[in-house]
Design a protein around this ligand. Structure first.
Ligand SMILES: Nc1ncnc2c1ncn2[C@@H]1O[C@H](COP(=O)(O)OP(=O)(O)OP(=O)(O)O)[C@@H](O)[C@H]1O
Length: 251
């Protein structure tokens, strides 16, 4: 596995096209660069391709054409196994489907990334596994359920387990798809505070999808996916733009 170049942008898309079915592009982004440490709010109408884009950034989906580079690694040149390994090492992600392992306890689910990846273990800063799990679980207010099987947790609790698993071992890029949708207001604020603090401490880049526009001011950058000039296109085309100045990178 190659080591990502530390100077490369967190994300670089170039002439990206993606179609689930041949000839029916759901994403067309000519260029998008996200610098290290940026916190990006990705929005757009339902069906505009936000979840699809996150899947491409996580290496779960592969571009139909063009380039997806994450931390300087070009996913188009990597096998799906290599992308899986890269994701485990460098990315934390909370998807709409939490992808938790139902027969494991909360503790074991949260521990997975650091059990699997030396690079994530190395970022625990000398804490034991138990200390690291307790820290992140306490901040998300789920520490008392650490030994509970996932199947016995509420949806909001499961969402916080998925977040804890994404953040443990301080990945360089955090990808979150509607991560607060099942949380009440207090828990949502707690969750966002932890998310932003974890990303800032690790100088991590955050790409966050939500329909909740009240969250926008928290982010250093807004990227919008939407239909442009639909009448002139054979298929729907989306564009990506920066609507606010960025904290640390090029818009
Ligand atoms: N697995 C799939 N197979 C075929 N088409 C799909 C698949 N997943 C999504 N699509 C289509 O791709 C387009 C983009 O979907 P996507 O889920 O990325 O949009 P979104 O912006 O995240 O939507 P929402 O805000 O409703 O979650 C939609 O037209 C959707 O119907």
């Amino acid at each position: 596995m190659t080591t990502p170049a530390s100077t490369a942008p967190a994300v670089e898309l170039s002439k990206l096209r993606f179609a689930y079915r041949t000839g029916q592009d759901v994403l067309a982004i000519d260029h998008l660069s996200i610098a290290r440490g940026e916190t990006v709010f990705l929005h757009g109408p339902s069906g505009s391709g936000k979840t699809t884009l996150l899947g491409l950034l996580a290496g779960v989906l592969q571009a139909t054409a063009g380039q997806v580079k994450v931390l300087g690694q070009d996913f188009s040149t990597m096998s799906s196994g290599a992308r899986d390994a890269f994701r485990a090492r460098h990315l934390g992600y909370v998807f709409q489907m939490f992808n938790l392992i139902p027969y494991l306890s909360m503790r074991e689910n949260i521990l997975l990334p650091i059990r699997l990846e030396a690079a994530r273990r190395a970022r625990l800063g000398g804490r034991s596994f138990d200390e690291a799990v307790r820290d992140v679980a306490s901040q998300l207010d789920i520490a008392r359920y650490l030994d509970t099987p996932i199947g016995e947790l509420s949806v909001g609790q499961q969402q916080r387990v998925a977040a804890a698993r994404a953040l443990i071992g301080s990945p360089e890029v955090v990808i979150a798809d509607e991560p607060t949708s099942a949380l009440d207001t207090d828990r949502r604020e707690q969750f966002l505070e932890l998310l932003f603090k974890s990303c800032a401490n690790a100088s991590a880049t955050l790409v966050f999808v939500s329909h909740d526009h009240t969250l926008m001011p928290l982010f250093s950058r807004i990227v919008e996916l939407g239909e442009i000039n639909a009448a002139a296109q054979v298929h729907r085309v989306n564009t990506a733009t920066s609507a606010v100045p960025t904290a640390g990178g090029t818009p």
